[in-house]
Each structure stands twice: as C-alpha cells, then as structure tokens.
Design a protein around this ligand. Structure first.
Ligand SMILES: Cc1cc2nc3c(=O)[nH]c(=O)nc-3n(C[C@H](O)[C@H](O)[C@H](O)COP(=O)(O)OP(=O)(O)OC[C@H]3O[C@@H](n4cnc5c(N)ncnc54)[C@H](O)[C@@H]3O)c2cc1C
Length: 348
C-alpha cells in the first residue's frame, strides 16, 4: 500500500497523542475512527469523579485530577497550541502558591490547566471525530480490504488503510508483534515509571495555605490542592487533595494493596502538614505507566511509521516525556501519514 492511497485511518488511544492525530487527520480530509478502552477521552490527562457518602449520608461526587498535574511548555509549536487553548477557553493558567522547601525550579512555574477537567483538551481535539469507547483493541488483522481491528474476537469498525497506535509502549507491543516485531521488542523494553496517586477530600479547617508542594524527601513527589486550580469546584468546609508518590517509592511498592498504600500516603501527608488530617473520603490509583524514563532512544526517532504497511506509532515514550512530547510525536506522525515526511519516516 502507498501512503498516497490512505483515506481511512483508525487510531487506537484517545490521550493527547491519539486525539492530536485524529484532529489533524480529520482536518486533512481523511475518514478517522478513534478507539479507546476507557469510557471517554484523556488517557493520562485524567480526572476521577470520586463517588462517596458525605457526613450527612448523602451520595456525592468529587472531581479530582489524578493524572497529569498540568501542562508545561518548552517549544514554540506547543506554545502556539497552548495559546489557542487559552483563547478558546479550555486552558487556564495556574499560578500555585508554593509550599516552603519546594525547590527553586518551581518558583516561577506556570501550569496550563484544562478547564473544567483534565480530559477537556482531548474532548476538544476530538470534536466531530467518530469515537468508540470502552473498546480494548487486542488484535490488528491485515485483510485484502485493509486493516481490521478486533476486540475479544469481534471486528471493530470497517477495514481501514492505516492504523496508528497512540498507547503506552507496553500496551502497543502485543498489537505490533505480528506485524513489526522489531518495534514490538523495542516498545516492550521502553522503560516507564509507575506512580501511586492518593486523592481525597479533607476538612478545610487547618489546611495549609499553600496550594502546591514538592517535598524534598519522603514518599511524596507532588501534593496539590485540587480545588484551588482554575475552574475547579469549591465546596465550603472541604479541601480537595491529590498527591503523587515518587517513581522510586511507587516502583518499590507497586504490588502492595491499595489499603496499605493509602495508609502510607495519608501518613506522609500528615507529616507534611505537621498535624493529623481529617479525611472525609480518600482513595488511591496505581498508574503502571505514568511517565517515560528519561529518553533512551536515538534522537530524531519521535514516531514510527511504516508507509508500506500503513502502520504508525506515536506517544510520549517516543516524543520525549510528558504531554508536550506526546503532542510533538503525534504532529510528526501526522506529517508522515500525509506524505510530507515520507523519506524520513521510512528510516524507522
Ligand atoms: C500521575 C501522572 C503525573 C504526570 N505528570 C506529568 C507532568 O507533570 N508533566 C507532563 O508533561 N506529563 C506528566 N504526565 C505524563 C502525561 O500525562 C503523558 O505523557 C501524556 O498524557 C501521554 O499521552 P499519550 O497520548 O501518549 O498516552 P495516554 O494518555 O496514556 O493515552 C493512551 C490511551 O490509550 C488507551 N488504550 C491503551 N490500550 C488500549 C487498547 N488496547 N485499546 C484501546 N485503547 C487503549 C488508554 O485508555 C489511553 O486513553 C503524568 C502522568 C501521570 C499519570
């Protein structure tokens, strides 16, 4: 198959990388279909709606941004994307009040926070694109009519000319293995860092006056007051907290029970605050693949594209760590799919 013949594209993964590909290719006039195993878009740009009973026994829901704390910018291209989001109103700047001892690196930090919740960026990118949720693709089958995606033995959608994988590497590897075993082996070995995340609602009384802390030692890497972020819900009497454990601590305790992890992280927060915390409700989430480890691949390999097969891969593990890396990787893959970077892409 030649790249120029590509008209129908399936994208697996609706995080920043997949949603960016989808928007760009749909705007270029291709027929795009997105599949994600989750119930909605965002991937690691995640917000949990924590369901719990309040003190009066009433069922209540608290949105907590338990994925990426915020978007930061290094390059001009991503800066332009951020500027667009701000003008459109789905990104807002957050200038947190830093806790003492959070280190000089964050002194002037500005975080760009999706509004009203983290997945909003991907929701915006996917507007008008055909999407299928709660669909874990487990096989890519090549047929004379094109690529056929499958989930639990069932065909998903019509055959397409190209498939783009926008997944964490360990999840991309089994799909790639029958078609590009070299990529699959590389993806299976790409090191990702885990993260245990605590989220919860505590009493506002006695809460510290800072809204972001980066403790220098101990299990916790980030502690943020979620309801102090732009566009977030504030409830009288409540303080909403999200705390991410360090990668090293998370790796060491990856297989511990959620109850044990919650106890440890709540104890670490009490130590950070300097007093016991009156939690109204809390829970933990284990991210097995939160962030790529500092890049080990050769420079320039920011996406994979096999024009003959019509198979491509993008994501933060190729584009450089973080949301910006995922976005950049997607932009490069899109350029290759559209034929603009055909020669460079064949080197993959
Ligand atoms: C706790 C935490 C803290 C972070 N902190 C920062 C930070 O400070 N700064 C920063 O820039 N980045 C941070 N990141 C990383 C950032 O969130 C990611 O780099 C970025 O969101 C990755 O986007 P992606 O599209 O490559 O992958 P993802 O967002 O992981 O998207 C992949 C999607 O694929 C779906 N999927 C997986 N397998 C299948 C399948 N078989 N079939 C269908 N769908 C599938 C998933 O459901 C998911 O929606 C953090 C992440 C976490 C979790």
């Amino acid at each position: 198959m030649l790249t120029s013949s590509i008209r129908r594209v399936a994208i697996i993964g609706a995080g920043m990388a997949g949603a960016s590909c989808a928007q760009a290719l749909a705007q270029a006039g291709l027929a795009v279909q997105v599949f994600d195993k989750a119930r909605g878009p965002g991937g690691r740009l995640a917000t949990r709606r924590m369901a719990w009973m309040d003190g009066a026994g009433q069922p209540t829901e608290t949105p907590l941004d338990h994925g990426t704390p915020g978007l930061t910018v290094q390059g001009d291209a991503f800066d332009a994307f951020i500027g667009h989001g701000q003008r459109a109103g789905w990104l807002a700047q957050w200038h947190p009040v830093l806790a003492e001892g959070s280190g000089p690196a964050l002194q002037d930090a500005v975080f760009h926070v999706p509004v009203p919740d983290n997945p909003e960026v991907c929701r915006q990118l996917l507007s008008g694109v055909s999407t299928t949720w709660s669909c874990a693709i487990d096989q890519l089958r090549w047929t004379p009519a094109g690529w056929q995606l499958e989930a639990a033995g069932e065909a998903q959608g019509a055959p397409v000319d190209a498939v783009l994988l926008a997944l964490p590497p360990a999840q991309a590897a089994p799909l790639l293995a029958p078609h590009r075993n070299d990529w699959a082996r590389h993806a299976a070995l790409a090191p990702m860092q885990p993260c245990w995340t605590l989220m919860g609602v505590a009493a506002d009384q006695g809460a510290p006056d800072w809204t972001l802390s980066r403790p220098a030692a101990g299990p916790l890497a980030w502690v943020m007051r979620n309801d102090a972020r732009p566009g977030r819900q504030r409830v009288p009497g409540q303080a909403h907290w999200v705390a991410h454990a360090r990668a090293s601590w998370s790796r060491q305790h990856l297989e511990q029970s959620p109850e044990w992890v919650q106890q440890q992280l709540q104890a670490a927060i009490a130590e950070l605050f300097g007093h016991a915390v009156a939690w109204q409700h809390a829970t933990v989430h284990r991210w097995r693949y939160a962030t790529p480890q500092p890049r080990l691949t050769a420079p320039g390999e920011s996406f994979w594209w096999d024009g003959a097969l019509g198979l491509g891969v993008c994501g933060d593990f190729l584009g450089g760590a973080g949301v910006e890396g995922a976005w950049l990787s997607a932009q490069s893959l899109v350029a290759a799919v559209r034929g603009r970077a055909f020669g460079a892409a064949q080197a993959a």
